[in-house]
Design a protein around this ligand. Structure first.
Ligand code: DGL
Length: 254
């Protein structure tokens, strides 16, 4: 019998932050696809992202069995989830969006959302903000996802300085807000690091999404007592894949 997977997709390592929370509550076979050939997604248009994802899912479905697809990426979700649902009606798509509802539930009034430029431009995101009567500032972070990816792949001094520049910028502007929503799964990867510099709450949706994934998996055989994870990279670079495996192990061990 063909092994059944839950498919996770992101442009790179960002989705590991969602995968970690999911594995904590659901043992299953996970197939993690990093479209690093087209990263960062935040520098592409929504139409390009739709095509990337359509091709990825079409190709993977010829080789692997899966019914649940997790877009572990705010940029992919806001750009393409509705389109994917319409062209793949037999699959269940679960996406992630900036956690504005969580910030509101916690009664923060002065909210800063950081996300990729593409996420902030999407109708889906604009409507999410419009639906609230809250003061929400949306700040596109042009290089942060890329800097995080590069820093984790190679912790050299240049990548460290580039990442720190972003962190100091966020620290400087954080005094104007009550909380910051991490509207990109890459940003959640450095949440603990950010906490050393920023004194206001940092909010993401990873735990909530993992619960939604578990709820949607009711029909799967959940007798597994441990998870398996298979990682695929769109650039097929084996050395990079080994680095991804190492990064994931570090994230899971925390
Ligand atoms: N991790 C992704 C997100 O949540 C995208 C980062 C990127 O490739 O720009 O938006």
């Amino acid at each position: 019998m063909k092994k059944e997977y839950i498919l996770f997709i992101d442009s790179g390592i960002g989705g590991f932050s969602v995968l970690k929370e999911t594995i904590n509550i659901l043992s299953y076979n996970y197939l993690y696809y990093a479209d690093n050939n087209n990263a960062p997604y935040g520098s592409h248009s929504s139409n390009e992202i739709k095509i990337f994802l359509k091709d990825i899912i079409t190709n993977l479905s010829q080789k692997y069995k899966f019914k649940i697809v997790v877009l572990a990426c705010n940029t992919a979700t806001t750009s393409a989830i509705e389109y994917l649902r319409s062209i793949f009606p037999n699959l269940i798509f679960i996406g992630i969006e900036p956690a504005i509802n969580i910030a509101i539930k916690n009664q923060f009034n002065n909210i800063l959302v950081i996300a990729t430029p593409t996420t902030i431009k999407q109708k889906k995101y604009i409507n999410l903000v419009k639906k609230t009567n809250y003061k929400i500032k949306s700040k596109p972070m042009h290089n942060l996802a890329r800097n995080i990816e590069m820093y984790y792949l190679n912790k050299n001094i240049i990548n460290k300085v580039n990442l720190l520049k972003n962190i100091y910028y966020l620290k400087a502007i954080s005094k104007y807000y009550d909380c910051i929503i991490l509207g990109c799964t890459h940003y959640s990867i450095i949440k603990n690091l950010l906490k050393n510099y920023i004194n206001i709450p940092l909010i993401d949706k990873n735990k909530t999404i993992s619960k939604i994934i578990k709820l949607n998996c009711n029909f799967l055989d959940k007798t597994m007592s441990f998870s398996t994870i298979k990682i695929l990279l769109s650039n097929n670079d084996n050395r990079q894949k080994q680095k991804y495996i190492k990064i994931l192990n570090q994230i899971l061990a925390k």
